[in-house]
Design a protein around this ligand. Structure first.
Ligand code: UDP
Ligand code: MG
Length: 317
């Protein structure tokens, strides 16, 4: 493993057998072209097979026979997109930098030359989805709500930048030094304040196969991202408490006045409303607390976010 390539392209893949041949067919000419033109001093494409249950391992093994720069790291279990990315970043050998992209051709390989050109003067390059009209309305709506919320919380992540991103070796080493195991990179990286550039691209439709991000996984990712990078939601409880105190004060006034005028009505409705409202708020605040306690617990356990089963770079030649 002496002569490391200049660039590692890290590609998490979970059950992507249907799209991987097309992905390789489009990515390889771009990278080979850059290498032949002298703009790239060697590369590796590190596909992290995130415990796929379909033919992904077979397809990758077949592709590897014709494409020596293809490297396959297989995880023992399906550990999730972010963990697969972390595994790839940890093992990437790129001397100059690492590019991460999806396997499903939604991140077009043809953008790579632009990204690498921008990389000449930056530590991080975000490829930003300028046009995502191919995504479903639900996906676009939830994504834009997520980025608005992230903005609000003062987490300076560039809008519409997913995990299609280039990191310089220096920036990558900083990210890898963070003790966090379960990191959501798209908020962690901007928070480190590297000199950044952006390159716009048009989000393509999935090449083949199905999305691995149903709504509940998107929600889980958003929750992880926000509780992993901000304690602002914890303050919600305090805010609710203050609001509740104001309402209570007004209610007390009202009750006293009613009492003085002798018109004390049974008041069943208002009692139920107050009890139910306060109960809901308390549950919500407990839930928010629970999110953070859960994160502390998981980090305290210190279990790795992924376990590597094999790495084709360790195979005998
Ligand atoms: N992915 C993964 N592990 C998972 C889920 C997804 O490695 O548990 C990969 C997937 O193969 C793809 C990328 O993460 O390369 C993005 O997933 P997907 O395209 O399904 O998400 P979407 O683009 O629909 O948000
Ligand atoms: Mg996709």
């Amino acid at each position: 493993m002496s002569d490391a390539p200049a660039l590692s392209v890290v590609v998490p893949a979970y059950d992507e057998a249907a799209v991987l041949p097309a992905f390789a067919a489009r990515l390889r000419p771009v990278l080979d072209g850059l290498a032949a033109g002298g703009r790239l001093d060697g590369y590796e494409v590190l596909v992290v097979d995130d415990g796929s249950r379909d033919d992904t391992p077979l397809v990758l093994a077949r592709l590897r026979r014709q494409w020596p720069q293809l490297r396959v790291v297989r995880l023992r279990t399906n550990s999730g997109h972010q963990a697969a990315l972390s595994a790839g970043l940890r093992r990437a050998r790129g001397r100059e930098g690492v590019l991460t992209m999806d396997a499903d051709l939604q991140d077009p390989p043809e953008v790579l030359p632009d990204v690498l050109a921008a990389a000449a003067t930056a530590e991080v390059v975000y490829a930003v989805r300028g046009d995502r009209s191919v995504d479903t309305a639900l996906k676009r709506g939830t994504a834009s709500a997520f980025y608005r919320l992230v903005r609000r919380l003062g987490l300076g992540a560039p809008a519409q930048a997913g995990d299609f991103r280039w990191l310089s070796r220096a920036a990558l080493d900083v990210v890898l030094q963070l003790p966090e195991q379960h990191r959501v990179l798209r908020l962690v990286v901007p928070a480190l304040g590297f000199e950044a550039a952006t390159v716009a691209y048009v989000r393509a439709a999935r090449g083949a196969g199905r999305t691995k991000y149903p709504v509940h996984r998107m929600l889980a990712l958003s929750l992880d991202a926000i509780t992993g990078s901000s304690t602002a939601p914890l303050r919600l409880a305090t805010l609710f408490g203050l609001g509740g105190a104001a309402v209570t004060f007004l209610l007390l006034l009202y009750a006293l006045v009613s009492f003085l005028f002798g018109s004390t009505v049974p008041g069943w409705t208002s009692t139920v409303a107050v009890v139910a409202g306060v109960g809901t708020l308390q549950l919500l605040c407990l839930g928010v607390l629970g999110e953070y306690v859960g994160r502390l617990y998981v980090q305290a356990q210190g279990r790795p976010a992924y376990l590597v089963a094999s790495d084709s770079a360790d195979d005998p030649p």
